[in-house]
Design a protein around this ligand. Structure first.
Ligand SMILES: Cc1ncc(COP(=O)(O)O)c(C=O)c1O
Length: 298
């Protein structure tokens, strides 16, 4: 069954402070965010009715906008409450949430000093059930032609829509060759990340992951590092050269959407998802489950 396009679904969307019918949550074609990429967004996930690390996502949304030079006209408390209410009004339990903020239509040029800032929040069902044995087969990654840009040439710490141009181009190129996704190098040639997720490797029982100095320090990435250290595993955050790819035994990517997804191939390199990947995959799935109030307060 072809899925229903995102602009034709049923439900409500939180739009500039109120709920509007899903199909009416529109922007005009002359919107700065559409023409000049002045838009930032979040990708959040709810498990068992609770949005995992909601405040961290909201803080990043506000910070992403600040980096692009605009201020979202709602406090973090209001945004958090709006996300929760969107989830509840949509009657969703396991879901994906997409807050997006953008510059409006008052000015239509590079300068947009007077444009109003808009915020919308949509949520849709996204079950998290997967068969671990299926996932453990691992996905295949291509190596992208585009590199993550130098922070001096792009606002790389912002989850800005414009930074996804090279991700979509790279993912499409990978899919055309039969791969699930692509791994990107950074502007110096170090291993960076996948098109929508961070990357980890294992060698001799230790974890290695690129230093996030020109791409997002993902909320999932930070969670996985914490979970690994809780298990007593050594996590090395450092620059990783392409030559090293041949020396790693395990590889996985992680992100809000990807959760912890084992990788079996990156271009000519082969990996065998094994104990550390499986442990972190399971630990992550346990971590995202809502905690009983008493445990959460500890
Ligand atoms: C390019 C990119 N890197 C990394 C991540 C992982 O971030 P998070 O774990 O906060 O979802 C994402 C997903 O948001 C992403 O799009």
């Amino acid at each position: 069954m072809a899925s229903v396009p995102f602009d034709s679904r049923d439900g409500v969307i939180w739009y500039d402070g109120e709920f509007v019918d899903w199909k009416d949550a529109k922007v005009h074609v002359l919107t700065h965010g559409l023409h000049y990429g002045s838009s930032v967004f979040e990708g959040e996930r709810a498990y068992g009715g609770e949005i995992f690390k909601l405040r961290a996502h909201t803080d990043r949304l506000i910070e992403s906008a600040r980096i692009l030079g605009f201020k979202i006209p709602y406090s973090a408390d209001v945004i958090d409450a709006a996300c929760r209410e969107t989830l509840s009004r949509m009657n969703l339990v396991d879901a994906y949430l997409r807050p997006v903020a953008w510059r409006g239509s008052e000015m239509m040029g590079v300068s947009a000093q007077n444009n109003t800032i808009h915020l919308a929040i949509a949520a849709w069902e996204w079950p998290s059930y997967f068969k671990p044995e299926e996932r453990l087969k691992g996905i295949r990654l291509d190596i992208a032609e585009y590199h993550r840009p130098d922070p001096k040439t792009a606002p790389s710490k912002s989850k800005a829509a414009g930074l996804y141009m090279i991700c979509t181009i790279s993912k499409h190129a990978a899919e055309a060759k039969g791969y699930a996704d692509a791994m990107m190098y950074d502007y110096r040639g170090y291993v960076a990340e996948a098109t929508g997720a961070n990357i980890f490797f294992v060698r001799d029982g230790e974890i290695h992951t690129p230093t996030p100095d020109c791409f997002l320090n993902g909320i999932t990435r930070q969670t996985v590092i914490e979970l690994a250290r809780r298990r007593g595993l050594v996590v090395n955050e450092r620059h990783i050269l392409p030559d090293e790819l041949a020396t790693f035994s395990e590889c996985f990517i992680c992100g809000t959407a990807a959760e912890v997804t084992p990788v079996s191939e990156i271009g000519p390199y082969r990996f065998q998802p094994a104990t550390i990947t499986e442990t972190l995959m399971n630990d992550y799935m346990a971590e995202v489950q809502p905690k009983p109030a008493a445990a959460a307060a500890e």
